[in-house]
Design a protein. Sequence first.
Length: 221
Amino acid sequence: MWWRHAGGTLRIYCHPGFGRDQLAPLLPRFAAEQPDIVLDVTMDDKNVDLVEDGFDVGIYIGIQKIEPSMVARRLATSNVILCAAPAYLARRGTPATPRELSGHDCLNYAYEELRHQWPMRCGAKELSVPIVSKMISNNGDVLRQAAIAGMGIVMRTSCSLNDDIERGRLVRLLPEFYSRRLAIILVYPSRRQLSAKVRSFIDFMVGVFPEPEADPWLPAG
């Protein structure tokens, strides 16, 4: 197709919760397919204005605001799950029910609604569990590192924790439960007159994630 050999600088914005473990390993593959494109990648969890800030394309997590003028295309779905390090579980035990989280140290993202309780879901069942925050941070990777060090239980997206789970640094807790499901969304300014570099990146990402409603970072079922 006409965009197979695109060129120029492609400015990409990405939420770090997806970018560090998921986008970063994909970029060399894309660069190999499009050697004439220069990648300029920004990772930030703050809302951005793609047009005003000069980005060609963005990858958002479902909690972020998307301007109505933007084109939004879901790539995948990521469940918000619970994890802890083997060392923490050996010391404090493994919670067998959501209610048992109240007796554990929790590593909490700095949203006011999460400071004192965590929502948990299993099918149609929903409950709110009182928790004690051992650490609060506005940076998810700070919480992840604290969890790996055995400081407590962390609640984050599957896409940001799956590598740690696969390598045994973290253990998923209460696997039948999740806190919420978040869309991973590809965002760009317009369907019309897309440049070859943007079109090639969209096609690449859609090819990597062919099932937008599925969570590819968790075992099926």
